[in-house]
Structures are given as structure tokens and as C-alpha cells.
Design a protein around this ligand. Structure first.
Ligand SMILES: Cc1cc2nc3c(=O)[nH]c(=O)nc-3n(C[C@H](O)[C@H](O)[C@H](O)COP(=O)(O)OP(=O)(O)OC[C@H]3O[C@@H](n4cnc5c(N)ncnc54)[C@H](O)[C@@H]3O)c2cc1C
Length: 443
């Protein structure tokens, strides 16, 4: 193996795993006499939307669990993961200078701001070798049968192009690759604040690669994938849908790895419409990832891709009622209570509460998206903001805004009100507003 660099940096972001990790494979192949592994987390800063606080304790703890799990896994290969509590804009330049870094390895992310940050790094350090690796998606950008600028604007067109001449999903990289030749921990200094440990565990999900792989194996050992299409819209039931999203979002689980487990399941148990549908949903994730990259900053603007923005205003009282599950609609209240309590919500419940936010409450969709960002364990910039835009009618849906009939949804998906009762959400709230709306935005 040729040694390319004296010192290199592996910058973990949303790729917190050793299995199927192209970034680690690349770092391993190039080799360096000293290699530093680092994760910098800027998550604790408040949201850019006024009135929305820092990420929830549950989401933060889920991330810390993943980081601790990764630290333990790396230690087996002699590495120390340095977890820095601070901003990457400040810490990466500091590390490059302090440790004479010649190469940086990182994952390609979907977010506009992450892309911008990467671009700034590349232009600020022309002598540095930088490797942007594709760790999040099934396909790499070069695999797509179109240039990013020509990415179709709606999902169906995207899916048809992908499926027309099926593109092979790359093989999953082995888990037990000895990752890096030599490792050296970054020493904490006055410039570096290390992150403290998790304090609380989510009752349903434990962050990290170890739990992710256990869950993946359990899911495909059960027969759930064979009935997925019939159950995926259920509001409750752990195996009603795959529950891969929290681990996918932190990169503790690879989409490519899931794909190959799915194929193995089909070979063993049999293919049907349901097993295909698991792949179909992974394509939605793929679609939103590439859409976010194409869309750039407009993923976060009120008008999104459209010329006209939705006619919404801001009513602080309505917003508060939605966040705390105190609207006149029990099904919405149950969803919001579940979200805040567990950090998770089924896809159907997400659609219901988001539709209510946009249509009944006539609120600016970006505040709903920001509240989801604060609470969802599976928060993913592309999937979250992309789905919200879709529902608000300013994104990837050619049919315009989606309005779910809340009474019909309740009848169809919670006929006995089990879900509503489970979240003690049956209290009658008679009206949306107790008085005239106050001014918005809060500053
Ligand atoms: C308003 C709104 C906000 C959302 N925010 C997020 C988010 O921040 N992060 C996130 O991962 N998903 C988000 N979704 C998509 C979807 O609700 C979740 O991915 C899904 O509910 C997660 O549960 P699961 O893993 O059991 O999904 P399954 O139904 O089992 O699907 C399998 C996988 O396919 C992908 N997937 C399924 N549906 C979608 C979809 N509509 N868009 C993108 N990917 C999808 C996910 O990776 C999921 O893990 C959002 C949906 C809505 C309506």
C-alpha cells in the first residue's frame, strides 16, 4: 500500500458507521502516516427560524449515542474519535493548521449550507487534497442517467428514468475493513471543547451502528417486508414500516446495505409488491437528496420553486397550539404529542399534521419544518424540507398543495380512536383562536 500523506483528517458528519463507508475505504486506500478522526457538531445552535429553539434533548442524545458507539468501534482499530462541540467553520481550519493536514476526507451531503462550507474549504486551501465521498445514497451522482441540472422536477419522472435502464446499486463494502493505518488522537486544547455524554435514552430508538445493524437484521428476519405496502400507512406498530430512517439520517446505517438485505430477503422469502415498495420508498429518499442538491437555497424559501408563495401569515397562538397538540383536531394533537414525546412519527401522521399546519391553520410551512427539525430523530435536511415543500405546494408535487380531510383521515386510519386515546388527545378544543392574531414574526 502506498502512503500518500503524512497527515490526513477523516471528518465524520452524517456517516457514523464503519460498515459500507466509502469515505473510510478511500482514506484506507490512500493511507497516511498519521490520521485523525473527528466529528464536529454544530447542532446545538438555535434554528435559523425565529421562535424555534435548539434541537430537542432526545435528538441530541440519539446523536451522542451514535458518536459513542462509533468511538468504541474505532477504538478496536486503535483510533480515537475526537468529538468537538463547536462550529466546523472555525474548527476545520484550526485542525488543518495545527496538525499539518494534507488531505481531508468527508461525505457528500445534501444540504445547501454544508455544500457551501465544503466549497469554501476547497477554495481556501488549494494545496489540500480533498475527497468528497458518496456515503448517503444508493447511487452516486455519476450513476444518474441525467446531469443534476436536468433532474426531473417530480418523483414519478425521476423514478421512471432510474428504473428504465436499471442502474446497478454498488456492492456494499465489508464491515471489517481495517480502517486506517496509523491513528493519532487530536488533543483537547483551549480551542477545542469536547462534547459531554448523553443523558437520556429514547424509549424506542438507540443511536449508533450497533443498534442499526441489529434492527436491520431483525426487520428482515421477520416477514414484515412481505406486507409492507399494506401496513406502511398505519399510525402505530413498530414493524408497520421499516423504521430505518433514524439510523439512515445519522448515517449509522447505509442505504446500500439496506438495499442488499432487501434483495437477499427477496431471494430467500420471495418478491412481491410490498418488497418492491420498500425500494420505492428508498427512491423517494434518493429523489429528495438530489433535489436538495439541485435546488440549493430555495429549499428553505417560502415560495420554494414556485413564483407565488402560499397565502399564509403567522398566528403565534395557532403555532403554539399545534406544537403542543392543543388544536381542535384530536388526530393532529395525537401526532404532535407523539412527535414531542418520542422524536418519531409515522409518514401518515407527518402528512396529517403538516397538512393541518398549512391548510387549517394557514401557517407559514417553514415554521412547521423547523419544528420537525428540532424534534425528529430522523431529521434529514433534504427529506424534511423537501416533504414540507411538497405538502405546501411549493416543491416537487405537480398537483399543488395537498389538503388532507382530517375527519376522513381519522375514520380511515384511526377508526376506533386507539391512536388518539394512546396519546390522550381526545380533549375538545373548540376554536383555533381565542383572540385576534398578534404580530409576527417574533424576533
Ligand atoms: C412533512 C414530512 C417531513 C418529513 N421529514 C423527514 C425527515 O426529516 N427525515 C426522513 O428520513 N424522512 C422524513 N419524512 C419522510 C417519511 O415520513 C419518513 O422517512 C418515514 O416516515 C420514516 O419511517 P420509516 O423508516 O419506517 O419509513 P418507511 O416507510 O419504512 O420507508 C423506508 C425508507 O424510505 C425513505 N422514505 C420513506 N418515505 C419517504 C419520503 N416521503 N421522503 C423521503 N424518504 C422517504 C426513508 O428513508 C425510510 O426510512 C417526512 C415526511 C413528511 C410528510
Amino acid at each position: 500500500m502506498t502512503q500518500l500523506y503524512k497527515a490526513a483528517l477523516v471528518w465524520f458528519t452524517r456517516d457514523l458507521r464503519l460498515h459500507d463507508n466509502p469515505m473510510l475505504e478511500k482514506a484506507h486506500a490512500n493511507a497516511a502516516s498519521v490520521l485523525h478522526a473527528v466529528f464536529i457538531q454544530d447542532l446545538l445552535r438555535p434554528s435559523s427560524m425565529p421562535g424555534i429553539g435548539k434541537i430537542s434533548t432526545k435528538r441530541k442524545d440519539f446523536l451522542i449515542q451514535a458518536l459513542l458507539d462509533l468511538s468504541v468501534a474505532l477504538k478496536k482499530y486503535g483510533h480515537t474519535l475526537c468529538i468537538i462541540d463547536g462550529s466546523s467553520t472555525e474548527n476545520i481550519p484550526y485542525l488543518i493548521a495545527e496538525y499539518d493536514i494534507e488531505a481531508v476526507y468527508a461525505s457528500q451531503l445534501s444540504g445547501f449550507y454544508e455544500d457551501k462550507q465544503w466549497g469554501q474549504l476547497v477554495s481556501a486551501y488549494p494545496y489540500l487534497d480533498v475527497y468528497h465521498c458518496s456515503t448517503a445514497t444508493l447511487y452516486q451522482q455519476n450513476d444518474l442517467p441525467f446531469a443534476l441540472v436536468d433532474l426531473p422536477d417530480n418523483f414519478t419522472a425521476f423514478r421512471k428514468l432510474i428504473e428504465k435502464q436499471p442502474i446497478a446499486v454498488r456492492r456494499a463494502l465489508p464491515t471489517k475493513t481495517p480502517v486506517i493505518l496509523t491513528a493519532k488522537p487530536i488533543t483537547p486544547s483551549s480551542n477545542i471543547t469536547l462534547l459531554s455524554e448523553a443523558t437520556q435514552t429514547s424509549a424506542i430508538f438507540v443511536g449508533g451502528e450497533t443498534s442499526a445493524i441489529i434492527h436491520l437484521k431483525q426487520y428482515f428476519t421477520s416477514q414484515s417486508a412481505s406486507t409492507y405496502k399494506q401496513t406502511r400507512n398505519d399510525l402505530q406498530g413498530f414493524n408497520a414500516s421499516t423504521k430505518f430512517s433514524p439510523w439512515l439520517a445519522q448515517g449509522s446505517l447505509s442505504a446500500v446495505h439496506i438495499y442488499h438485505y432487501l434483495k437477499a430477503y427477496e431471494a430467500r422469502v420471495g418478491k412481491n409488491e410490498s418488497t418492491y415498495w420498500v425500494f420505492f420508498e428508498l427512491l423517494w429518499r434518493e429523489f429528495f437528496f438530489w433535489t436538495a442538491k439541485k435546488q440549493g437555497h430555495s429549499l428553505f424559501t417560502k415560495r420554494g420553486r414556485k413564483k407565488m408563495g402560499p397565502l399564509t401569515s403567522f398566528y403565534p397562538e395557532r403555532f403554539r397550539a399545534w406544537c403542543s397538540g392543543e388544536t381542535p383536531w384530536p388526530i393532529v394533537n395525537a401526532g404532535m404529542k407523539e412527535l414531542v414525546e418520542t422524536g418519531f412519527l409515522s409518514n401518515r401522521a407527518r402528512q396529517i399534521v403538516a397538512s393541518c399546519f398549512v391548510n387549517e391553520l394557514e401557517l407559514d410551512w417553514r415554521y412547521g419544518a423547523a419544528f420537525f427539525e428540532q424534534h425528529l430523530l430522523d431529521y434529514d435536511v433534504a427529506s424534511n424540507w423537501g416533504n414540507w415543500q411538497y405538502l405546501a405546494g411549493v416543491g416537487a408535487d405537480p398537483r399543488g398543495k395537498r389538503h388532507f380531510d382530517l375527519a376522513k383521515q381519522t375514520k380511515q386510519f384511526d377508526p376506533n380512536e386507539d391512536y388518539i386515546n394512546r396519546w390522550d388527545a381526545n380533549k375538545a378544543v373548540l376554536s383555533i383562536d381565542s383572540r385576534d392574531a398578534a404580530d409576527w414574526p417574533i424576533s
